[in-house]
Design a protein around this ligand. Sequence first.
Ligand SMILES: Nc1ncnc2c1ncn2[C@@H]1O[C@H](COP(=O)(O)OP(=O)(O)OP(=O)(O)O)[C@@H](O)[C@H]1O
Ligand SMILES: [Mg+2]
Length: 264
Amino acid sequence: MSFIQINNLTKKHTNRRGSKRSPADVAAPGEMITVLDDINLEFEEGEMVCILGPSGCGKSTLLRIIAGFDTDYDGEIVIEGEKVESASSEHIFVFQQNGLLPWMSVWDNVELGLRNVEDVEKKNEQIQEYIDLVELNGFEYNLPAELSGGMQRRAELARALAVKPDILYLDEPFTGLDYFTHLKIREEVVNIHEYIGKTMIMVTHFIEDALVMADRIVILSEMPTSVKMTRTLDFPRPRNINTNKEMGDLRDEIFLMLGVSYVA
Ligand SMILES: Nc1ncnc2c1ncn2[C@@H]1O[C@H](COP(=O)(O)OP(=O)(O)OP(=O)(O)O)[C@@H](O)[C@H]1O
Ligand SMILES: [Mg+2]
């Protein structure tokens, strides 16, 4: 049995659009609109899966449902044989927007997930270990506002990882980063995945990230959203999209699938 199973998941929202874009629009303002349409997916333990799809197709909605933050849907999410009814402290979510508490230092933010660890020495060791892992040593007592955007994302990752979650949900974790920081943190996440070997499900709209990082990619369609394609990636690591022709071809195929013809 798979570690995570999504069975016949359908999610509807009230249509918040103020007016119909065209006569072909499926729902008028205020009517229910189907966001996720009978999604069936499985994730293996330790797998790194990237979910791609057009903007607004329901990627965050899907991730929030798997993580147990939203329970208003049809179908079921089963993790290790148990139906998900609520969020779990063993399954950590890194949000699309900054999730650090602004009045707390890096150290205190990382400590948040470890409140239940009673052995103070062990707890402090664990906090330092993860701050070091994301190379933020020296910034332990800085507030988020005193860090660059990239450092804030790294602090968030440290906080998520310090909990040693069974599953890590990442919703566009590189949002707002400059190109070089993006590449650096991407490499860190890949290394961390190799190091801790936990299940990671990451939503992204960067096709290259998915190709470089994932064991498997899932591509979603436009709303009402269904699974358009899943593909296991067995390209050797470290991966370079510029030197691996097969990866380049797959990137072009995905661009076309998402409605863009890619010209390098
Ligand atoms: N609370 C809500 N009430 C009504 N509609 C919502 C709600 N949350 C999301 N939606 C709608 O559901 C659809 C999917 O939203 P979602 O945020 O999951 O998309 P996404 O794929 O993550 O988008 P992006 O790529 O921009 O992050 C959108 O059309 C959005 O307007
Ligand atoms: Mg989103």
